[in-house]
Design a protein around this ligand. Structure first.
Ligand code: G4P
Length: 528
């Protein structure tokens, strides 16, 4: 393998969580360890404020600033870590899901007080579908949260994943005393804002030692002994292959704000997290160590600021070496393109890069050449697969307010939905245009952009659907009958694929039961 050393260094991952669980705080601690930032608060200032109004221009302004935090690359202990941001508050969109197709693993942050929350459930469905390796960080142990065993059970049940504790907490809330490292058999005593030096760590080779009692008190020492005996008996040593196959998630307990338990996790992460690996295409598997470059676009960021009307396409490098100013093949357009100013995101500065390797993400200036899922190669014709379109969760009908601008409206809708933040459907056998999004904010963005960029004005009428399901069947007659029968709930997506728009879970389940020969899919591949 030509670029073996570069590939082995890379760890490309995302931190996912429900808003407020501590993703930003944890990200910041990682960057501090990586030396990519010097002061706490640097990431926070880029975060979309949760108290933000529905004023999306303000959110966009902040999002513009946060392009630089879309990918944060830093080095730690010889590893080159690419951390991809997954927008979470009002800017939650399909992008957030799709970013997960560009990473090799994830860290899931769970708030010990709130347990598993809605957004985590949604994101974990995508993770499970792709069998992405997960490490869990149970945060805010300094607060009175749920009982640890209950919490583990809740996470396992709700997210359908087996857990494997790597550290074990000694109390929680105001009595939180620290964590026991089950692998290294040592106790790290809790102190706020630790620099994670070794002075608070005591090696306990024997849990019955009096040192433990001395440090924790008799009652807590005894509880820890009992807990550890139980956990060791149940779990034993982590089998790293079960983590890599997405079956078992190692769990750490800590407090991100106090920088407690973070280093233990980061050290384990660089030890076990997967390096970039081969990827599927419509023709063959592309090995990560192949000499020739290939990569795909997983996200397009359009800046709404009229002063900086730039569009950035995010490319994940899958094989070979990406080079500045070199011609690559844009497979869908069958044309050769080159980039004179590709960005990289090392140390959170957007800076021009000369080359990039598998696992890296490069930002490309785009004037409208890219769609989500586009593949670049050194000439070979294939598309990367496994880059799905996800079912939207909010649906609205497009009502054209200016018939003179119908053409502009249609063009604008096609172009904006190519960017991947919203999906366009057309009612089956009719003309009604339906926009589907994952987050409410996107409708405002679309309305604004259509007016300002295309001169088209529209309003949205809410529709009572909760999911779009792509339909397939081995029995064309059954599918035809279903379409006839369900006429008003059927639409076509942009590629002309049949979609059933379900009003509720109940309707969907009923249709599934009544039509066993039809398959209902919540995702659709960008390339078939
Ligand atoms: P997010 O990116 O997942 O949305 O969460 P973020 O890191 O912004 O954290 C949400 C809130 O939780 C913040 O408080 C943060 O300080 C707090 N937090 C993070 N980790 C811990 C922890 O280990 N223990 C405790 N007790 N709190 C934690 P905030 O008041 O919303 O913001 P700020 O005023 O502190 O900036």
């Amino acid at each position: 393998m030509k670029y073996q050393n570069e590939i082995q260094k890379r760890r490309t991952f995302a931190i996912i969580s429900h808003p407020d669980a501590g993703k930003t705080t944890l990200t910041e601690k990682f960057l501090l360890f990586g030396g990519a930032i010097q002061v706490a608060g640097a990431v926070k200032s880029n975060k979309i404020k949760k108290a933000a109004t529905s004023d999306f221009m303000e959110i966009e302004r902040q999002r513009g600033i946060s392009v630089a935090t879309s990918v944060m690359s830093f080095e730690y202990e010889g590893a080159l870590i690419n951390l991809l941001d997954t927008p979470g508050h009002k800017d939650f969109a399909e992008d957030t899901y799709r970013t997960l197709t560009a990473v090799d693993s994830v860290i899931l942050v769970i708030d010990s007080v709130n347990g598993v929350e809605e957004q985590t459930r949604r994101l974990m469905q995508v993770i499970a579908m792709r069998k992405t390796p997960v490490i869990v960080f149970i945060n805010k142990m300094d607060r009175d949260g749920k009982q640890r065993f209950d919490l583990l059970e809740e996470i396992e049940k709700e997210l359908s994943i087996s857990l494997h504790p790597m550290t074990w907490p000694i109390n929680q809330g105001k009595d939180f005393k620290g964590v026991y490292d089950l692998r290294n058999k040592s106790v790290r005593l809790f102190s706020a804002n630790t620099k994670a030096t070794d002075e608070d760590t005591i090696s306990i080779s024997d849990l019955s030692s009096s040192l433990l009692q001395e440090k924790l008190g008799e009652r807590d020492a005894e509880t820890l002994r009992e807990d550890v005996e139980l956990i060791d008996g149940v779990y034993g040593e982590l089998a790293v292959n079960t983590y890599l196959s997405g079956e078992v998630a190692p769990v750490f307990f800590g407090s991100a704000i106090n920088n407690f338990g973070v280093k233990e996790m980061l050290d384990t992460f660089i030890r076990i997290a997967p390096v970039p690996k081969e990827r599927d295409t419509n023709k063959r598997k592309v090995g990560v160590g192949e000499d020739k470059f290939s990569g795909f676009i997983f996200k397009i960021h359009a800046n709404l600021d009229p002063k900086h009307r730039d569009r950035i396409a995010f490319l994940r490098v899958c094989s070979g070496r990406f080079e500045r100013n070199k011609y690559f093949h844009h497979v869908r357009l069958d044309k050769d393109v080159r980039f004179s100013n590709p960005y990289s995101f090392l140390a959170r500065e957007k800076s021009v890069v000369d080359d990039a390797y598998p696992g890296d993400v490069v930002g490309l200036f785009d004037t409208g050449n890219f769609k989500i899922g586009d593949t670049l190669t050194e000439g070979e014709d294939f598309f990367f697969t496994g880059i799905p379109t996800f079912s939207p969760e909010i649906f609205k009908e497009v009502v054209n307010k200016d018939p003179m601008k119908t053409k502009q409206l249609e063009k604008g809708l096609l172009q904006l939905t190519d960017e991947g933040v919203a999906q366009l459907f057309t009612q089956f056998g009719g003309n009604k245009k339906i926009i589907g999004c994952v987050g409410e904010l996107q409708f405002e963005v679309i309305q604004y952009r259509l007016l300002h960029e295309y001169g088209a004005s529209l309003v949205f009428n809410s529709l009572p659907y909760f999911k779009a399901c792509w339909l397939t069947s081995n029995d064309p007659k059954k599918l035809e009958d279903f379409i006839k029968f369900k006429g008003s709930n059927i639409a076509l997506d942009k590629d002309g694929q049949l979609v059933y728009l379900a009003q509720s879970e109940w309707f969907l389940n009923t249709e599934r039961t009544n039509n066993p020969d039809i398959e209902f899919h919540f995702t659709s591949e960008v390339h078939k």
